[in-house]
Design a protein around this ligand. Sequence first.
Ligand code: ZN
Length: 659
Amino acid sequence: MTKDLSVTMTSALHDPSLATLVPGRGGPVVPRAGALTPLAPGEVQLTGGFWHDLQRLNATTIIGHCLAWVDRTGWLSNFDRAAAGTIGGQHNGIEFVDSEVYKLLEAMAWEVGSSSEGELAQTFGLLVNRVAAAQESDGYLHTSFGRQGQPARFSNLEWGHELYCFGHLIQAAVARIRQGHDDLLPAVARRLADFLVVEFGEEGRLAIGGHPEIEVALVEFGRATNTQAYIDLAAVLVERRGRGLLHPIDYGQAYFQDDMPVREATTLRGHSVRALYLSAGAIDVGIERGDAELVDAVEGQYLATLARRTYVTGGMGSHHRDEAFGDDFELPHDRAYAETCAAIGSVMVSWRLLLHSGSARYGDVIERTLLNAVLASPREDGKAFFYSNTLHQRTLGTPPSEDVASPRAQSSMRAPWFDVSCCPTNVARTLASAHLYFATCSDAGIQIHQYGDFTATCSIGGEDLAVEVSTAYPYEGDITVTVTAAPDAPVELALRVPAWAEKTASWSADRPGRTTTLEDGYLRVTGKLEPGTHIVLSLPLTPRVVRPDPRIDDARGQVVIERGPLVLALESVGLPQGVDTECVDIDLNSPIESTPTGARVTLIPRTDSTPAWPYMDQGDMSPGAGGGTPILADLIPYARWANRGPSTMRVTLPVAQNP
Ligand SMILES: [Zn+2]
């Protein structure tokens, strides 16, 4: 993996005097205030099972896969040519491919952890050296602009994405700091951020970037380095948006949320990833500045978006044309865009709102979105990804070449890489830090939001409260929490109970004398907890029939089957010969059985007869009506579709009209 990646360390750029900040603790987000406090990498660790396997896949395959692609596409060597002064006319890839190297650095920083040894740590160091060597003397660092033979810096703020790329570089530096390292990458980010404070601050140019991301990065870097100027700059950039500073484009100003001030909007609109990254940054700004109006405004927009502009998987974005949100309830399943990066952006927003409010609702959204939208992207072998995520595939499609980058959304199967390849590296950084979304602490105790095999430790009043969680979730519903350390004083253990299990969940504790309540989406066990106490939470994973709001016209008369936290899908692979996913109805009068990972349903095939004109007078028999012999079919987790060769697939199932 390290072959061809070496470059001489540019020692002039590594100024040891900068290595004075104390590395912060915590994960990707450490707000100044909030209902809940995030845990640091050492405080929460996956120990096995579903999520551990995914994180291993990321460490052993996905990161290396992405690294190989940024290398072979020349996106990485752009930095070498920039450093050498030969990049003019020699830049590989679209303007913002630097960001893929930075997201990969973030993934590696989380994965490398506090270690400085091992192959990945070595590779990380070599990569950082190559990036650092391309930084200009004033702190600017981009391979597409500003050098001889290139467009001037900030000459294309609408589409050039300089600030977007800077944001990802800075987020990688945050990861490095949060893992306890204050070395070259944070130093590079600090020089860049200092440059931006002068260039775009109150006294600088009155401008914003076309793709938000810098805002969320600057706030976190300000938190991680204790530098108010970075947070202030983020606030300036958030407030400037929506005032027409970007040049008009065909998609309209809403595309980059420059149509109205952030605090005046009532829903998310325009390009989904842009809108969600901006929302995450605006929430951070609001929290740092005690600006409740801003936080409330963005929370209101996000809730409106969840209520009216979100797919059942948690995916967001209905338009291929501009990768954007549609109107309320405009959620076509066969044309769903539901970009993987938008799902990740939604997790980012939900996590911030969860920390801020302590509301289980956001833990539910994170669970739904991670399991059904983010995890739909990587193929089971970790070597191909979905960029857009359709919820209804009508034709078999053609497997993309394993050796060529694909257009971003034109494949019915996962592709190894894309011309614009934002999603694979975004998956990598998200998987590498996924455990940090599992638990939080507060003065009262510890809160568990996501389920898997892991350990978590909180310090409460100087004493440790530690738990070990073990479960086969999301495929099985029993979750055992064992207290492994507890303070002498009474504390609270809060376990999120998903909204779908609120009426069916049950629990037991093997030591009496605790108060146990289920309220506001959490099972709360309160009292003096002794090490060795077991609490078993059971979430029945009986398959559920879910009816889309009738205003989602595309799904009217259809249902979705969910099993626990998983959205299920009907895939053509495995269906009896001659049965077509486009010509079946689900019989809801027949039982729906649970299978180890999905559900078994009864389908009534329709005759695949296509009349010359597919519209009939009322009263005439509809095409294919009359049905065939009922068959049993297994639904699988939606996120796992398209892992068995070309297939057709649907998430929404038409309901058989029984006589
Ligand atoms: Zn993407």
